[in-house]
Structures are given as C-alpha cells and as structure tokens.
Design a protein around this ligand. Structure first.
Ligand SMILES: NC(=O)c1ccc[n+]([C@@H]2O[C@H](COP(=O)([O-])OP(=O)(O)OC[C@H]3O[C@@H](n4cnc5c(N)ncnc54)[C@H](OP(=O)(O)O)[C@@H]3O)[C@@H](O)[C@H]2O)c1
Length: 247
C-alpha cells in the first residue's frame, strides 16, 4: 500500500501495535508522528525505526494538557492529517470487588476520554477524506470475568467511533475500529502472565497469539483507498478468538 507523503498521527506508538503500525506506515512512505507518555520510550522507538520521516511527541493522552501538546505539535507542522490512529491504551484486570476509583479513572481517561478529546481537538487539522482508526478490543464484545472496566472502556470507544463516523461523513472522513484479540506485545506481557498467555493462544481458532504486524496490516488497509466504502464498522483481528470461544 502506498502512503507516500501522507501525514499520520499514531497515539501510543512507542511499543506493541502502535510501533508496528508506525513501522508499516513509514515503510509505505508516510510521515508519521507517534506519541507516548515517556520520552525514553519514544527515543527507543525512534532508534528502531530510524527514519527522517518519523517524529515523536511526549503526550499523555489521559490528560487534556497532554492532548494540547499534541494539538500544538500538529498545528505547528502546518499540514493536514490524512490518518489519525487512536491506539494508546491500558488495561487492568481484576474482579469487581478489587476495582479502585484510581484504576477505573485511569482506564476510562486513557481509553475513552483521551481518544474522544484527541479526535475533537484534531478535527480542524484532519484533511477532508481522512481516515480515523480506533484500537478497540475483542473485550468490547466478550464478557470475560475480571475485565469489567477494560471491556466497558472498549465498548464505549466503539460507540464513539460509530457515531463519529456518522458525524464526520459530510467531510468524507471515514472512522473505523480495529479490534485485536490476544496479540503478543509488551502491553500483554505486563497484564497477562505467561501461563495465561498460553491459555489465550489456545482459545483462538488459529491456536496462537497474534503478531502486532498483523494488526498493523489491517490498520493500513482501513486507512487506504482500498477501504473507501468502509466506515463506522469494526474489523476483528483475533485469530478466530471470539468465534472459537463461543463454539
Ligand atoms: N495486546 C493485546 O492483546 C491487545 C488486545 C486488544 C486490544 N489491545 C489494545 O491495543 C492498544 C495497544 O496496546 P498494546 O498491546 O500494543 O500495548 P503496549 O505495548 O503497552 O502499547 C501501548 C502504547 O500506548 C501508550 N500509552 C499508554 N498510555 C498512554 C497515555 N496515557 N498517553 C499516551 N500514550 C499512552 C504506550 O506508550 P508509553 O508507555 O510510552 O506511554 C504504548 O506506546 C491498546 O489500546 C490496547 O487496549 C491490545
């Protein structure tokens, strides 16, 4: 796919799915801005990608000040955005009795509030005909015990994406959702112990974890002209996890 000189912003682009997607867009010729909370992680990502077409912005998406930093960086660039990939996310898995207000707020602020206000603040900088992608999760559809708050954030995100697709259609901006199943990322390693990862792999029809590159390919497809009649919908990239779990 060709994204030569297209301008792409990826929130949460330092590791995992965001980093894989940044690499794929750079390989396809795009100029890519990645965000994350930590300068050190952004530097590591930049060293891996090693391209003059990659730019990084320290921006905590869970805070309005962080979103303003990204908005200023985009405004300062003076170019319209062709792709906005809202991908930053955190998950905390625990039974409902153990959910604290702090954990609840952290997940909703990052996974829901942050994405909504990033989209709202960057709307003036989106080119007409741009593509907006959200990273949701199979957790939005599944109802696994212990994932109550995380799943609720992703369910809320799906609804934001669906309605944004309708509100932005007049500008020919397409808005879609990519919902990964279990994908081998640093984020998964942080929240899912090794034995539970083996269980998750066995809960997919393809009997393995996904690779972040496999999610990236779907993001590039949805961002491309090949998906010109696709908006307001979700593509699940889960090795058959949802279907297999319900068999
Ligand atoms: N891996 C899976 O199995 C899986 C499955 C379904 C959905 N997802 C979703 O996929 C997305 C990416 O996850 P991943 O698995 O690739 O995890 P990851 O490796 O932990 O990557 C998460 C990214 O988000 C960034 N981030 C986290 N909080 C942020 C904040 N407040 N502001 C800005 N950036 C922030 C992180 O950067 P810093 O740490 O540098 O801030 C990092 O770049 C998430 O939305 C996650 O919910 C993952």
């Amino acid at each position: 796919m060709d994204f030569t000189n297209k301008n792409v912003v990826i929130t949460g682009g330092t590791t995992g799915i965001g980093l894989a997607t940044a690499k794929a867009f750079i390989a396809a010729g795009a100029n890519v801005w990645i965000t994350g909370r930590k300068a050190e992680n952004l530097q590591k990502a930049a060293a891996q990608i090693n391209s003059p077409k990659l730019f990084s912005v320290v921006s905590d998406t869970s805070k309005t000040e962080g979103i303003s930093v990204l908005e200023k960086a985009v405004a300062g660039g003076g170019q319209k955005l062709d792709v906005l990939f809202l991908n930053a996310g955190i998950g905390m898995f625990e039974p409902m009795e153990q959910v604290t207000e702090e954990n609840f707020d952290a997940q909703f602020n990052t996974n829901v509030k942050g994405h909504f206000f990033t989209l709202q603040k960057l709307l003036p900088y989106l080119a007409d005909g741009a593509a907006v992608l959200f990273t949701s999760s199979t957790a939005a559809t599944a109802a696994n015990a212990g994932s109550l708050v995380y799943s609720a954030t992703k369910g809320a995100l799906n609804k934001i994406a669906q309605i944004a697709a309708n509100e932005l259609a007049g500008r020919k901006i397409r808005v879609n959702i990519v919902s990964p199943g279990p994908i081998a990322t640093p984020g998964l390693d942080t929240v899912v112990p090794a034995d539970a990862q083996v269980y998750l792999a066995g809960a997919t029809a393809l009997q393995r974890l996904g690779d972040p590159d496999e999610v990236a390919k779907t993001v590039l497809f949805l961002a491309s002209d090949a998906a010109s009649f696709i908006t307001g919908t979700e593509i699940v990239v889960d090795g058959g996890y949802l279907n297999y779990a319900l068999k």
